[in-house]
Design a protein around this ligand. Structure first.
Ligand code: SF4
Length: 283
């Protein structure tokens, strides 16, 4: 796989300087390094500025309804568990409309790699408060300050049972590429929260703010769930950790299914059979 082979005829329509470019670049570099191509990989996106990414990567792809990228990806993985399945989702898409899907995919430990483009805004609709926006944040939808308190995809994923939970920064493509590869190599539900400033609407959590306050998780025991949970709550001056928060070995949903033990679902005999006898059992 060469970088040119991932290129499509569409040029990105994101604002110049948007963090989506960093996530796009990191993913494509990871794909080249690991030879992710349309025979072994699928990308799924939700709705939001992030969702455009599938138009700029030449891989088999699907854009789901708002908040429904994770269940679409789950279906793809169950149909062919040999595929690498990647989900691009935004903070609104993943924590708002799709919040319930994040919970249940985490607890079932579906073998997916979920990349959250987290910029604290509904940016496609021109800058309303999302579920990850800080308390007091002034936006179009909260001109007097956000009365809600934010939730973090990291905290939720750890609490719900995800087995690989990490945070990256869109302005650091090298480390983000490495995190994406590690998340994909992990067997089970992997989530990377990517801090991705929306340079057009977010004048508070800017690249400058992040560069001054991000620190790398070092000497951190990734097997310690309680510590990972505590670290996931950190946010503030010199207090924004990036790296792997939590990792655990646990049977994935797909590997627990006897039907998928020897072959994927699409390799089973799927010729149409008369189901009358089966239906009668339920009458
Ligand atoms: Fe990026 Fe924000 Fe522009 Fe959307 S509105 S493309 S998130 S900078």
């Amino acid at each position: 796989m060469k970088l040119e082979e991932l290129t499509t005829k569409c040029n990105p329509t994101w604002c110049a300087g948007c963090g989506n470019f960093g996530i796009w670049g990191a993913f494509k570099n990871a794909a080249v390094e690991k030879d992710w191509n349309s025979t072994n990989s699928v990308v799924v996106a939700g709705i939001g500025c992030h969702g455009n990414i599938i138009n700029f990567i030449r891989l088999t792809s699907f854009e789901g309804l708002h908040g429904r990228a994770i269940p679409v990806a789950t279906g793809i993985k169950l149909a062919n568990n040999k595929l690498n399945v990647f989900v691009f989702t935004g903070d609104g898409d993943c924590l708002g409309e799709g919040g319930n899907h994040l919970l249940h995919a985490s607890r079932r430990n579906h073998d997916l790699t979920v990349i959250v483009h987290n910029n604290n805004f509904y940016s496609l609709t021109t800058g309303q408060t999302s579920p990850s926006a800080p308390h007091g944040f002034k936006t179009k939808s909260t001109p007097f300050g956000n009365p809600d308190f934010p939730i973090s995809p990291l905290t939720i994923a750890i609490a719900a049972g995800a087995t690989f939970v990490a945070r990256g920064y869109a302005g650091d493509m090298q480390n983000l590429k490495d995190l994406i590869i590690k998340a994909n190599e992990h067997k089970g539900f992997s989530l990377i929260d990517v801090i991705q400033p929306c340079i057009t609407f977010n004048k508070v959590i800017t690249n400058q703010f992040l560069r001054e306050n991000i620190y790398e998780l070092k000497d951190h025991d990734v097997a310690n769930r309680e510590e990972a949970f505590k670290r996931s709550l950190e946010w503030g001056q010199k207090q924004i950790p990036v790296g792997i928060f939590y990792q655990a070995e646990k049977e994935s949903y797909e590997s627990s299914l006897p039907q998928l033990k020897d072959k994927s679902l699409i390799e089973h005999d799927n010729t149409r059979k008369n189901l009358d006898d089966l239906f009668r059992k339920f009458i």
